[in-house]
Design a protein around this ligand. Structure first.
Ligand code: ADP
Length: 459
């Protein structure tokens, strides 16, 4: 329905797996103006009206008719606020997500049966645990346990106290729960108010106690109710044996031939050399992903390794990085190519056709790309951080199957690219063994979905 990164993948897959375990997980999200909206049929399930400060708004909740995603999907339509093409990045994001949160609480308060648990994701939904407990209008929902998952603690959704009138009337004795360093901080508020807090990997939870964009002390203080649960991947969608977005399907026995056909298509499309190792980067072009050093790291790697490697980048984000990549594309044509934008099907082809996937992230809460790479037999080259540390083992270690480095720096990346080239050119048997070994590592939601269920049951 809508995806900017890993959160979309998680919320699109986890409820399906939970339902398969015999539960009833329903998803409610804003009604963005996306292709999925127009290509599917919807029924109206609720209409309501609410107040946000002195702004009166009507909202509607619609439900996808056929359950095609494996769970009930509800969208909240708030005229002029939510139905836009982009998910976020507008000046009025505060109002947009506040209105969404108010509408969801209001709709929940009209349900005949209360939900057993409300599970919220990231700052856009982070005031819901507070609203359910301390906003007078939703008082009767105060005993519903809430779980809050942090996918990314960098984005906290700060709101100036001058705008606190936008919140529904609340118990003013509780203002301290909203506050963090003289601002309303939705993410911090959820960490304080939710019954349980989860992060998307164990290492990320530990890292947040050291650095969490200003809320590290709070993460330490709330240690007792926090746990890390590693994200899984949707093994039906990300399956090289059945994926119809790639040129040739393959399994672990046919990985060599299968990947070669996909690589051929990629190289033809992007003017690259099929005989050289192909390293790809897929992701948001932002500082967290170390995208700012990517152009220099690519240039340096190509010069340093005498042009013995090709790169392909798919991503969008920071305009400066986009321009630098475009420049690189022209300067080193035949060695590098880029696709600036978002393209789901190209990403599938890249996971299938590449030899290596580069993730030099400064911060990586879980990271799904490396898990898709493993599933498609593509060797991940990652910085040792967060979820990358939890899912990739260096090939220098016992039964290792990837390449790890310590610093998000041009030097570390160049060195690791050298190891990749050597592995590809001179240790082909090991490389081939790694490809089929990685494909059999189970990162599906089967295990993690059960962990969430146990967490809900504990509440
Ligand atoms: P994050 O959530 O921090 O962006 P993740 O690794 O958890 O990072 O998830 C990224 C997801 O977004 C993956 O499914 C990846 O394939 C996808 N993705 C990111 N950028 C693009 C893009 N430009 N085109 C297609 N898919 C993309």
């Amino acid at each position: 329905m809508a995806k900017a990164g890993g959160l979309g993948d998680v919320v699109g897959a986890l409820p399906k797996y939970q339902n398969e375990l015999g539960h009833f997980a329903k998803v409610v999200m804003p009604m963005y103006r996306t292709k999925f909206l127009y290509e599917n049929e919807w029924e109206l399930v609720h209409e309501g009206a609410q107040q946000m400060g002195n702004y009166h708004f009507n909202y509607a909740v619609i439900k996808e008719k056929t359950n095609k995603l494996g769970f009930d999907l509800y969208l909240v339509d708030i005229n002029r606020l939510l139905d836009r093409e982009k998910i976020y990045g507008y000046d009025d994001d505060t109002e947009r997500f506040l209105a969404f949160e108010i509408a969801v609480c209001d709709w929940l308060s009209k349900w005949q049966h209360k939900p057993d648990v409300v599970h919220c994701h990231d700052y856009h939904t982070a005031l819901i645990p507070f609203m359910l407990k301390y906003c007078y209008a939703f008082n009767h929902l105060a005993d519903i346990p809430t779980v809050f998952t942090i996918h990314n603690a960098q984005y906290q959704g700060w709101i100036d106290w001058n705008d606190s009138y936008l919140l529904p009337p609340f118990d003013s004795w509780k203002w301290g729960l909203l506050d963090w360093i003289k601002n309303i901080n939705p993410l911090a508020c959820a960490v304080k108010c939710a019954s349980k807090v989860t992060t998307v990997s164990h290492s990320y939870l530990a890292e947040l106690r050291q650095a969490a964009n200003g809320i590290e002390n709070l993460m330490e203080y709330e240690r007792g109710k926090s746990i890390g649960i590693l994200n899984g991947i949707d093994a039906d969608v990300w399956n090289p044996q059945k994926d119809n977005l790639i040129i040739k399907n393959y399994d672990d026995h046919l990985v060599k031939e299968g990947k070669k056909k996909n690589k051929k298509e990629l190289c033809a499309r992007f003017g690259l050399d099929i005989d050289k190792p192909l390293i790809v980067f897929i992701g948001r072009l932002v500082g967290e992903k170390a995208a700012d050093i990517l152009p220099d790291a690519i240039r340096n790697s190509i010069y340093h390794h005498h042009g013995g490697v090709n790169f392909l980048v798919l991503g969008s984000g920071d305009a400066v990085v986009e321009n630098k990549l475009d420049e690189l594309n022209h300067q080193l044509h035949g060695y590098v190519n880029t696709y600036i934008g978002y393209d789901e099907s190209l990403s599938h082809l890249m996971y299938a056709g590449a030899d290596f996937l580069l993730m030099p992230s400064r911060v990586e809460p879980c990271g799904l790309n490396q898990m898709y790479a493993l599933r498609y037999g593509t060797v991940p080259i990652v910085r040792s951080t967060g979820g990358l540390k939890d899912t990739v083992k260096d090939f220098g270690d016992w039964q290792g199957y990837g390449i790890r480095f310590n610093h998000a720096s041009v030097n570390d990346i160049t060195y690791s690219v050298g190891r990749a080239i050597d592995l590809y050119n001179n240790k082909r048997n090991l490389y081939n063994w790694m490809c089929s070994y990685m494909m059999n590592i189970d990162h599906s939601w089967d295990a993690s979905a059960g962990e969430y269920i146990r967490l809900y049951e504990s509440l």
